[in-house]
Design a protein around this ligand. Structure first.
Ligand code: ADP
Ligand code: 5GP
Length: 189
């Protein structure tokens, strides 16, 4: 039986990475797809672990070779999901998470309507901005660019199958676990 494909999206700084990391520690059988990106690595990020960091030229040639299931420009950089990795993982019966932004999520849903989409909401816009700033990973200019996307992203989030508010991390994590368990039971029962 094929694995389930989960799409997780939400505004920059909402806590997607934090949630997914904790979730995967508790669910080691589930995999996370590693995307390709043209953005520069942040301190501590490693090539092949957090992302495949590629040049704009490399990214463009991969687009031309039809290697991406989806790709999008976000905040001045390109991001994309490798089609072959997704197909191989699901064929092995392994459940897979794509942590991608909303334009890519729409492309995946169009191609694979069975994919399960989850949108992570911030408790408030003030808290979102505080988290983004508190992470200390972006310049002021990059923070502004990311904040400019927020209303468009939240609007797009209305079309997702599920929404989780990441207020208290523990509660958000429990809600995520519930969605995955529900879907697993659906498939098996
Ligand atoms: P994203 O991957 O969505 O861009 P991150 O996971 O990097 O966001 O989280 C952004 C910042 O917010 C990090 O500093 C993280 O520690 C913090 N954070 C994440 N979830 C919560 C939460 N529920 N409450 C408070 N801070 C959080
Ligand atoms: P960041 O630069 O903060 O790592 O990511 C910026 C945004 O790009 C986030 O919303 C993240 O989910 C999204 N993203 C990461 N990888 C991909 C991808 O492969 N495709 C798309 N469409 N978005 C991605």
């Amino acid at each position: 039986m094929k694995g389930n494909l989960y799409i997780i999206a939400g505004c920059s700084g909402v806590g997607k990475g934090t949630l997914i990391k904790l979730f995967l520690e508790k669910n080691p059988d589930i995999k996370l797809s590693i995307s390709a990106t043209t953005r520069s690595p942040r301190d501590g990020e490693k090539d092949g672990v957090n992302y495949f960091f590629v040049s704009k030229e490399e990214f463009k040639s991969e687009v031309e070779n039809n290697e991406f299931l989806e790709w999008a420009e976000f905040s001045g950089n390109f991001y994309g999901t490798k089609k072959s990795f997704v197909e191989k993982t699901l064929a092995k019966g392994i459940d897979l998470i794509l942590e991608i932004e909303v334009q890519g999520a729409k492309q995946v849903k169009e191609k694979m309507p069975e994919a399960i989409s989850i949108f992570i909401m911030p408790p408030s816009l003030e808290e979102l901005e505080a988290r983004l700033r508190g992470r200390h990973t972006e310049t002021e200019e990059a923070i502004q660019k990311r904040l400019e996307q927020v209303s468009r992203e939240i609007e797009a989030g209305k079309n997702f199958d599920y929404k989780i508010v990441n207020d208290k991390l523990e509660t958000a994590l429990e809600n995520m676990q519930k969605i995955f368990s529900e879907r697993k039971n659906n498939v098996n029962g």
